[in-house]
Design a protein around this ligand. Sequence first.
Ligand code: PAF
Length: 268
Amino acid sequence: MQVFKSLEQWQTWRAQLDTADGQSLGFVATMGALHAGHSSLIAESKAANSHTVVSIFINPTQFDQAADLSAYPQPLEQDLELLEELQIDAVLLPDSEQIYPDNYRYKVTESELSERFCGASREGHFDGVLTVVMRLFNLVQPTRAYFGEKDWQQLELIRGMVAAFFMPVAVVGVKTLRAQDGLALSSRNQRLSKEERKLAPIFHQILKTAGSTDSARQQLDAAGFAVDYVTEAVFDHKLRRLAAARLGTTRLIDNISIDTAKQAMLHE
Ligand code: PAF
């Protein structure tokens, strides 16, 4: 596994990969603190591409709160060990100066979906996400890029950006990986206290079983979550229920297809 801190060295490696000649490059963008959810993205990439590259970059422009950025877990050595075990080809470890040589004067802004749901309370968050993903795509030039469905709104916005800017990359959404108790895997889960971790799976349970978004909100409030939103929206003709809530200082997000919710209710 090659570890690239220098963009020049990365670009030299990338240039020798001939995707026109049957080789393909799968890309998994991460902010580190890797878990089984990331491993599943990497597994999908390895199954479909001749080469796989992972980036680890804690993107400062997508954090709306400085405290959230400084508390973000950074177990780099552990991450590199896991990536080595997963036998990927390369890891890209850029720093902020390399990714933002313009000091973030140039950015990608979407003006509808990005202002709703998570975007309504996290100002500038999706500008930061889209901008870093576009920059990483331009540097990596992947054939396919893999993103988890847990961040549904992010996935939709990245798909929209790729279509709007005619970017030559296939965006692949990968099913949310859950702990046995149903909690969606996330790097932020590491920040939950023992008590909070016990309570956290109720978030997904309520999302699945509540008869309406109002009922879900009330049940989450009663269970001790500080609800940001619970909503339902249509994506590609299919209804989804999406929610975000804080447990202590940790923000959890999740989403389900509404058919799943109906099925769960029928089985009650
Ligand atoms: O989902 C994430 O980890 C981040 O938002 C991403 C896509 C790596 C961009 O920084």
